[in-house]
Design a binder for this molecule. Structure first.
Ligand code: ADP
Ligand code: MG
Ligand code: ZN
Length: 606
């Protein structure tokens, strides 16, 4: 009887549920209101929540892309306790992380909403009890949280789902943090691959997917993977107005910089510092504690589970201020007053960066996101991608995602907020940043002019061709020869014999470095990555697209900056943007963890 259409909930009925004054009443509306007040103790719904709730109760597939902190959990937890006539019974929530499911279980327990969490590592008695709770004719259990492994791997659980389905007690499938299904997820969690089977086996059961980030490609990927049909898509602007964004030059003593930032602006406040490698997490946390007396702790997948949850609780309770963690930490963790998110190492993609910074400021108060960038780190990451056994296509895709991060960091003229949103296909209205990113606050280099750089590029290519025959040259070496300044690798008196040497004399050092970075990005030049015991070094070589420059099918741009503008008197308000960090040229050989450490780090999900 699932195909009856008596309620005729068309899209516009669902989406425009409050047009013309009074909200359109569905047959479940009174129950929804009652649940909101009595079960969840909320005075009103937030924007979009009711739309999602009505869509799923009407039996529709629903795709929800709302920013972190928007209140997505309610969108499936509340329908789980409402009987709509179209959807009854148990809501199955597939959740990618134990900590996330545990958090939600605790919250449901407080609200006295019967829920179980089934995972492979629970003991036998608990699992049997959980299964039994679902075998009742009309189970009391409203929500079942499961890991993707359970959904795809557990025979018994499959049978239970089948039984629920036949008793018409399977209300809906929910995929929280659904971006895990797409892109990274695809080769990262193989158990997500066969999810299309759910739609085949339970054709009438509505599916809901929720995520904070979804480019259109990601959304399509998720919808296709799950086999969602004619989904109601609920989205909102991804702009997080209360977050400020900064990129700072990562110097040789980045921990000291982090410590100073915390002490001067976020003393005693809560924050997260993301590191790529486990060893860095431990090292950074230890230094912050011992050298700077900051209440820091670390959290990564290498520590025992009980230790991890102990540290996490301490942080949530405010006994620890700075949590130094790998990227897995924080997904789904509902701590409203996170005032800062720092990235000690680069994120794998702008999707990840948005997710990770999104954990700041969920209470709506101003919070700061600082990414510490240095070029050397990019070499290491590229090297890791090169090393991976995955197919060339996957590597290329990861490389492209990663390039967008580099582009975000090295961009010198465009608003960071606008850049981030642009990545998700959203256009920020002019002035909307209102000096809440480092670039809008004080354009670090004065006016930037874009000019045709093809001739410079040709000269640069000639130079690299010559130098490549003479030995190994880093970008720094090549740039100094190009600008005709002294280099340790080539003596200046040889310059007249080298084609292209000195051709960039008119360029400032930052402009020239930016330009060579651009040439590498667009493939005119390439990098040969070599790993030493200490670091990964990139030597500049002729790139794959060099020919296209010669035959004129490729043109490149160059950014020329005028003199730095006089310092603007930045408004004294929080969050503050950085004073322009002095660029540290010295390669820091001691800092950071070694590449081997990074390579052997299973938390690295790239
Ligand atoms: P998301 O999953 O979208 O990141 P959560 O579901 O974790 O967000 O909710 C974030 C916070 O917002 C939680 O503390 C939640 O209790 C709160 N919240 C959700 N809906 C409402 C509402 N209608 N009114 C007030 N607070 C709400
Ligand atoms: Mg959530
Ligand atoms: Zn800006």
């Amino acid at each position: 009887d699932d195909d009856d259409d008596d309620d005729s909930d068309s899209d516009s009925d669902i989406l425009l549920c409050s047009v013309g004054g009074a909200p359109k009443a569905h047959r479940w509306s009174r129950d929804v209101e009652r649940a909101r007040r009595l079960r969840f103790h909320l005075s009103k719904f937030r924007e979009n929540q009711l739309t999602v709730i009505n869509a799923t109760l009407a039996g529709r597939d629903t795709f929800v892309a709302l920013p972190t902190g928007a209140g997505k959990s309610l969108c499936f937890q509340l329908p789980a306790v409402v009987t709509s006539g179209t959807t009854d019974g148990v809501t199955v929530v597939v959740s990618p992380l134990l900590s996330l499911a545990n958090d939600q279980m605790r919250a449901l327990e407080k609200k006295r909403i019967p829920a179980v969490f089934i995972r492979s590592e629970m003991d036998k008695a608990d699992r049997e009890a959980a299964w039994d709770s679902l075998r009742a004719v009309r189970p009391r259990t409203r929500l079942v949280y499961v890991t993707p492994e359970q959904i795809s791997g557990s025979r018994v659980f499959q049978n239970i789902l089948g039984e629920l389905y036949h008793r018409k007690q399977l209300a809906r499938f929910v995929f929280d943090e659904a971006h895990c299904i797409a892109s990274w997820g695809r080769d990262f969690r193989p158990e997500y691959r066969n999810l299309g089977g759910l739609r085949r086996d339970y054709p009438n059961v509505p599916i809901m997917a929720l995520t904070a980030t979804a480019t259109e490609a990601t959304r399509d990927d998720i919808i296709a993977t799950l086999g969602m049909v004619d989904a109601v898509v609920v989205t909102a602007s991804l702009n997080r107005e209360n977050l400020s964004y900064q990129v700072r030059q990562k110097g040789s003593n980045v921990v000291k910089d982090i410590a100073n930032l915390i002490r001067t602006e976020y003393d005693g406040e809560s924050g997260i510092i993301y590191c790529r490698a486990r060893a860095s997490c431990e090292e950074v946390a230890q230094k912050l504690r011992n050298d700077y007396k900051i209440r820091a702790a670390f959290n990564h997948a290498g520590s025992p589970d009980d230790e991890r949850s102990r540290v996490q609780r301490a942080w949530k309770a405010g006994e620890v201020d700075a949590m130094v963690a790998t990227t897995a930490f924080g997904m789904g963790i509902d701590k409203p007053d996170v005032r800062f998110v720092f990235h000690h190492s680069l994120p794998n993609s702008l999707d990840d960066y948005y997710q990770e910074t999104g954990r700041a400021g969920r209470d709506g108060a101003p919070s700061t996101c600082v990414l510490f960038y240095r070029e050397n780190d990019t070499h290491t990451c590229k090297r890791i991608i090169e090393h991976e056994s995955s197919s060339p296509e996957v590597q290329a895709r990861k490389r492209a995602l990663y390039d967008s991060v580099i582009e975000y960091c090295t961009n010198r003229s465009e608003c960071r907020r606008a850049k981030l949103l642009e990545y998700f296909g959203e256009q920020l209205s002019p002035g909307a940043c209102d000096k809440t990113c480092d670039i809008c606050l004080s354009p670090p280099l004065g006016e930037v002019q874009q000019e045709d750089g093809t001739e410079f590029a040709r000269q640069a290519l000639r130079l690299v061709r010559e130098l490549q025959d003479r030995g190994k040259f880093t970008k720094r070496d090549v740039v100094s020869v190009f600008r005709g300044t002294s280099s340790t690798k080539v003596e200046a008196k040889e310059y007249p014999n080298i084609a292209g040497a000195g051709a960039g004399r008119s360029l400032s050092l930052p402009d020239c470095e930016q330009f060579f970075g651009h040439l590498i990005q667009c493939g005119v030049l390439g990098e040969h990555l070599c790993t030493t015991k200490w670091a990964t070094v990139a030597y500049i070589v002729v790139g794959k697209k060099a020919d296209r420059l010669r035959d004129g099918t490729l043109t490149v741009r160059i950014e020329i900056t005028s003199k730095p503008a006089a310092k603007r008197p930045g408004k004294a308000r929080k969050p503050r943007a950085p004073t322009t960090a002095k660029t540290k040229r010295r390669q820091d050989r001691r800092s950071g963890s070694s590449l081997l450490d990074d390579l052997s780090d299973p938390d690295y999900k790239g």
